[in-house]
Design a protein around this ligand. Structure first.
Ligand SMILES: *[C@@H]1O[C@H](CO)[C@@H](O)[C@H](O)[C@H]1NC(C)=O
Ligand SMILES: *[C@@H]1O[C@H](CO)[C@@H](O)[C@H](O)[C@H]1NC(C)=O
Ligand SMILES: *[C@@H]1O[C@H](CO)[C@@H](O)[C@H](O)[C@H]1NC(C)=O
Ligand SMILES: *[C@@H]1O[C@H](CO)[C@@H](O)[C@H](O)[C@H]1NC(C)=O
Ligand SMILES: *[C@@H]1O[C@H](CO)[C@@H](O)[C@H](O)[C@H]1NC(C)=O
Length: 280
């Protein structure tokens, strides 16, 4: 009796250590954006007599079967998971599943079990990390000093994104950095970085803002600050004193033009009148 217990413990240890070694090739972490599909794959590197491949979701240390694949019963996704989960590739040595349209709730760890005979299960484990990252929004305002611009950039994401500003022209520098992070109700953060861009501009300049979360692809936006000569900055700021000046001069030129046309018409009218009345 004692002998059987000992062998049982030994075989459990053996299975456990096999599960930890690289018998199964899988991703340690899969990163997916909200709304994307995430794919997990497991490959049993040694050829074994696999009866079934089982996929489980681990939540609060409890494993729930999500889907199984076996030679006899084929693909089977458990009823609670049919909307979200599907098989991508099925094989008894190599199997992958896909989680569609991931949300925060799908975050966590998943296991693949290659149930073999007589050795038991070989287990692989992959964790899903879900992120959110929206395109940054850049705002450039001219400061009251002509050689300075106030650049601000906001990005929303989960976890809190890092926001970095860049400028294409080498003799322009950012200073007086200020970063504010605001947490939103849906667990995202809106991070706003503001800095003063100074130096003399020779040509039009590109200002970039990049937002990053984890190791996901970053999102970047570029805006152009035009040359001093063609001063009009593409932005909505009506309070900009220079833009206001340009607007006023455009309005004045229009008024002047209308007056001129009116004068020409009036003079023309008078001359036609005179030429009509003249000969009689
Ligand atoms: C196992 O699956 C992965 C992806 O699903 C694929 O890249 C790989 O070539 C497959 N390996 C074998 C031996 O079929
Ligand atoms: C993705 O999931 C969200 C939230 O559950 C849902 O509102 C949206 O309609 C889903 N999109 C698709 C394409 O299934
Ligand atoms: C811009 O003007 C404000 C108020 O008129 C002043 O407080 C601020 O110091 C000025 N900034 C620069 C850089 O001159
Ligand atoms: C979360 O909130 C932010 C800010 O309110 C919003 O921009 C974003 O779209 C929201 N995300 C989702 C998944 O609803
Ligand atoms: C900006 O930085 C460059 C390189 O560090 C430096 O040579 C230049 O003088 C700086 N310009 C200003 C306006 O501070």
């Amino acid at each position: 009796m004692a002998g059987r217990k000992i062998t049982l413990i030994f075989s459990l240890v053996a299975i456990f250590s096999k599960g930890l070694t690289t018998v199964i090739q899988t991703q340690q972490t899969v990163l997916a954006a909200v709304g994307e599909d995430a794919e997990f794959s497991c490959q049993l590197l040694e050829t074994k007599d696999v009866l079934q491949v089982t996929w489980q979701k681990i939540s609060h240390d409890v494993e729930t079967n999500v889907a199984t694949f076996s030679k006899y019963f084929g693909q089977k996704v458990n009823t609670d998971f049919t909307v979200k989960f599907g098989f991508k590739y099925t094989g008894l040595q190599n199997c992958s599943i896909v989680i569609r349209n991931v949300t925060e709730q799908d975050e966590g760890c998943y296991r693949c079990l290659f149930n073999t005979y007589p050795e038991g299960s070989f287990i692989g484990r992959t964790c899903l990390q879900v992120y959110e990252l929206h395109e940054p929004v850049v705002d450039v305002r001219e400061s009251n000093s002509t050689e300075e611009w106030v650049v601000s950039c906001s990005a929303t994401g989960r976890p809190a994104p890092t926001v970095t500003l860049s400028v294409s022209q080498q003799d322009l520098n950012f200073s007086q950095y200020n970063t504010v992070s605001v947490s939103n109700t849906n667990a995202t953060f809106t991070v706003t970085t503001t800095a003063v861009l100074s130096g003399s501009r020779k040509h039009s300049t590109q200002v970039g803002c990049a937002a990053r979360v984890l190791s996901a692809p970053h999102r970047e936006v570029m805006v152009t600050i035009p040359d001093d000569d063609d001063d009009e900055l593409d932005e909505k700021s009506g309070s900009n004193p220079r833009n206001l000046g340009i607007r006023i001069s455009i309005i004045l030129s229009c008024v002047a033009l209308v007056v001129c046309i009116a004068a020409v018409i009036f003079v023309g009218y008078r001359t036609t009148c005179q030429s009509r009345t003249g000969p009689s």
